[in-house]
Design a protein around this ligand. Structure first.
Ligand code: MIG
Length: 849
């Protein structure tokens, strides 16, 4: 209380408030997270609507919000039209460890000399603030203690989500009697499930939801962070006209969220929604949207630690063709390198990497190789010697290059926080620098928490030193973010800015969505890990990163065939779809488990490929309007309480509800089809489900329950091919599912699938399909987009058509009308039109009479 803090309050365009608290005059600058906000936010002028001793009331530009700031005790309350939405420091947990001179530097006044000699205990404690022991590790805090924290109360909310990454449930749990949620990127091999310890990546964004409102708290801090959650019921007085009623109370929920970070400043963004989709936009406005993935990366990926050599790659690739299973990418793990020197090849196993890539290219497939951030200490290794000469490695506290142990043995770690290092690193991906690489090679960044064997908690010492002398503790959670950023820039650069990159990263932070995909790391081949992968991916998606997936099959161990099959079926309906397995795991290519299982897995992967037009369109929406591709039910049904905790099923876009089977030998699953006013159709049989609600759906091993929501149109391909590139000319099929008013709406986005021409030259098609008053029309969603394609819509399936039509005709733009043949099934109410040849890029109408 002796040190003056400065509080800054901003309104940011689009219903966002920002509160920054820092020391008014810190001894030295405190770390403020750079490079995560995509631009300096556009502020708006708050007006002072009340100002008296100890109270200041600020009103937002649109008058919808007021911020009441009280001085003593310090507190900020955010009101929306009379409703208190959120308050800060209402539990008085604000703290701010101000920077102090080290104990040895302190001027010894007579007074404190006395105190010091009086109490050696105090001295001990004081020392503890400047250095900390953890096992055999000593963390030397050059700048002393510097932690910050504050509490928020979310009024009326008892459902909170977000703050990945934990192997935990979708709904955040009370932490009052256990561990806080920890945000500290760590490589935890064989991590357990239902733990609050942080793994691999973190996004300090929390969402709170109640039926009429969603709010968000974005705590912009990249040091080790803890989040305590406490949901309770509090009494609220009911305002009412009659005097007799004024005493009435009711219990309303309230969630307290306490954030604590090891260092930095308090810089918090309050996202006011009011809808979940508004929150996604607000967060994207600050940190960016999902990069539009190249289409191939939405196909199936086949990975393993390791595909041994060129021969192995060839054989696995051929296996997919032999078994008629589509796939797009084969992956090479660390063993492909010359002694874990990234950007090199093991010369015995991969004698001719270009030849191998040419073979894959002919098959219209791609290669992904791993590139980790640790660099083998080896003066003969160019990356090391250059890095060393240029001073590009993270330093230890004594100013020497930090050395840790990792795969190659003794290793140094590139300091990606330095823009010059990132530029140099990006240049390493140039085709002429990265020998043996071609433009079908893409990249996987692993171990970038960073993982340091034998380091404290298997990561870098917090007292290691980065660019501009910042200690590692300040920016730990950003390390992987920066590596992926540099890698993605490298891939763009090598194509002279023309091609979209694909980079998968294990570690991530807020904003990583701009650079590619993430996966959930080393899961285990057990049913529990399949089950938890759904809430884990939903949580990552809520935090802005749509392109996410979990290792299909489970990385560690050997899945029983049934588990593997179930995992493929789930993965086929998730954004990033990759089979992967550990070195010690048995081979796991999809055809190794008997004809029947091969058949089912083939079917699951083919369903994925057929669905790609829809999925790609969802990614376009994630890219342009920040809608998560995979979303919890409550996002689509914000008023339906019964959906708030659902985590065993999810929506893929707004049209598909997916319920993976995650129990062994399941004969049936309980599916919640939300919304009494909704109609749901079985995605495969087209049969209308009787009455929404919770249904017991019988299942066989053949597939998992998937439903299309009435009122939507889903674009698909009529058949799967060997890979996405083989499918370019395959015709389309539309599934038009009618709602209670016999309407439906949907869209299709399409472009060349790999370049930035959609952006720079507007080479894309964005089509809209509407069914209204018995007319299905195809129209343009965006006149400025143009893309030439000869692709046609071949088939249209209408679901839920009440009665048999007397005729169906197609009207083209020039007014010509042509009757078409149709079939109608009275039992299922399905109307099917086949052998159509309607240009995908033209306006047309289908009239059902
Ligand atoms: O500690 O590169 O999560 O996907 O196969 C193991 C070898 C290091 C961890 C990754 C995993 C990858 C493995 N890596």
């Amino acid at each position: 209380s002796q040190v003056l803090l400065q509080v800054e309050i901003y309104e940011i365009e689009g219903n966002i408030f920002r509160i920054k608290i820092n020391e008014a005059a810190p001894l030295r600058a405190r770390y403020e997270v750079p490079d995560v906000l995509i631009k300096e936010p556009t502020t708006q002028r708050l007006s002072v609507s009340q100002k008296e001793a100890g109270i200041l009331v600020l009103t937002s530009v649109n008058k919808d919000y007021t911020l009441q700031v009280t001085a003593n005790p310090f507190q900020v309350e955010l009101h929306s039209k009379g409703e208190t939405v959120l308050s800060m420091n209402s539990n008085g947990l604000l703290y701010f460890e101000h920077l102090q001179p080290p104990p040895s530097d302190r001027k010894s006044t007579a007074e404190n000399e006395e105190a010091a000699s009086d109490s050696s205990k105090e001295k001990q404690e004081d020392l503890g603030l400047w250095q900390e022991k953890f096992g055999s590790f000593l963390d030397f805090k050059a700048h002393g203690p510097s932690s910050v924290g504050v509490d928020f109360s979310l009024h009326g909310f008892d459902h909170v989500y977000g703050i990945p990454q934990h192997a935990e449930s979708l709904l955040l749990k009370n932490t009052s009697d256990g561990d806080a949620y920890r945000l500290y990127n760590l490589d935890i091999f064989g991590h357990k499930i239902h733990e609050k310890i942080g793994i691999y990546g973190s996004v300090p964004l929390l969402l709170a939801h109640k039926p009429n409102r969603t709010s968000g708290i974005f705590w912009l801090n990249s040091s080790e962070t803890l989040v305590d959650i406490n949901t309770k019921a509090v009494a609220e007085h009911i305002q009412s006209g009659s005097a007799a009623d004024t005493a009435k109370q009711r219990a309303v929920p309230l969630t307290d969220v306490r954030w604590m970070s090891e260092s930095g400043i308090i810089d918090v963004f309050l996202l006011m929604g009011p809808t979940a989709f508004d929150i996604f936009k607000q967060f994207a406005q600050l940190t960016g949207t999902q990069a539009l993935p190249p289409l191939f990366s939405l196909g199936y990926h086949q990975c393993r630690w390791n595909y041994e050599d060129e021969q192995d790659v060839k054989a696995v690739d051929a296996g997919f063709d032999e078994h008629d299973i589509p796939y797009d990418v084969i992956w090479l793990d660390i063993e492909h390198t010359d002694g874990k020197r990234y950007f090199t090849w093991d010369k015995k196993k991969f004698q001719n990497p270009k030849r191998m890539q040419e073979l894959l290219r002919k098959k219209k497939r791609k290669l992904v190789v791993i590139v980790d951030p640790h660099i083998k200490v080896d003066p003969m290794y160019a990356l090391y010697s250059q890095g060393k000469d240029k001073g590009y490695f993270v330093k230890d506290r004594n100013g020497q290059d930090f050395e840790g142990i990792c795969w190659p043995g003794s290793s140094c770690y590139l300091d990606f926080t330095n823009p010059e290092v990132r530029k140099w690193y990006a240049d390493q991906f140039a085709f002429k620098t990265y020998k043996g690489s071609t433009n079908i090679l893409f990249v996987w960044n692993d171990m970038n928490e960073p993982s340091v064997f034998k380091g404290a908690e298997l990561t870098m010492q917090k007292d290691a030193v980065h660019y501009k002398n910042w200690e590692h503790r300040e920016l730990h959670n950003l390390y992987g973010f920066y590596q992926q950023m540099a890698t993605a820039e490298g891939l763009i650069k090598r194509s002279s800015g023309k091609e979209r990159p694909f980079v998968l990263t294990r570690s991530f932070f807020a904003g990583s969505q701009k650079y590619g995909a993430v996966w959930t790391g080393d899961n285990t081949a057990e049913w529990g890990y399949l089950k938890i992968s759904i809430p884990m991916l939903l949580t990552i998606s809520l935090a802005g990163i749509s392109f996410c997936g979990a290792d299909v099959g489970g990385f560690i161990g050997d899945p029983e065939p049934e588990l593997l099959v179930r995992w493929y079926q789930a993965g086929a309906y998730q954004p990033f779809f990759r089979g992967h397995s550990n070195m010690e795991s048995k081979r796991r290519e999809p055809w190794l488990f008997g004809e029947k299982n091969t058949q089912i897995i083939r079917e699951a992967i083919r369903e994925r490929y057929v669905l790609l037009p829809y999925l790609y369109t969802l990614f376009y929406r994630a890219h342009t309007v920040a809608e998560p591709v995979m979303r919890p039910l409550w996002v689509e049904f914000p008023g339906k309480l019964e959906t708030f905790g659902v985590e065993n099923e999810y929506m893929l876009g707004n049209a598909l509800l997916v319920h993976p089977v995650t129990d062994k030998e399941a004969k049936a699953v309980s599916v919640l089809l939300p919304g009494s006013e909704e109609i749901w159709y079985d995605f495969r049989t087209f049969i209308r489900m009787e009455d929404p609600g919770t249904l017991k759906i019988p299942v066989t091993l053949d597939n998992i329950p998937v439903f299309q929501r009435g009122g939507t149109v889903i674009p698909l391909k009529t058949t799967a091919g060997k890979s996405t590139e083989w499918m370019i000319d395959v015709s389309y099929e539309l599934h038009v599912a009618l709602d209670t008013e016999a309407r439906a709406i949907g869209e299709l986005y399409l472009d060349d699938g790999h370049s930035f021409q959609y952006l720079h030259k507007k080479q894309f098609l964005y089509r809209k399909f509407t069914f209204h008053k018995n007319i299905l029309s195809s129209s343009c969603m965006c006149e400025s987009g143009q893309y030439h394609t000869t692709c046609v819509v071949e088939r249209v399936v209408f679901l839920g058509v009440g009665q048999q039509p007397t005729s169906v005709s197609v009207c083209s733009k020039d007014g010509k009308e042509k009757e078409v043949v149709f079939t109608y099934d009275t039992k299922t109410s399905v109307l099917m039109l086949e052998n159509l040849a309607l240009s995908i890029d033209a306006d047309w109408k289908i009239c059902v009479k």
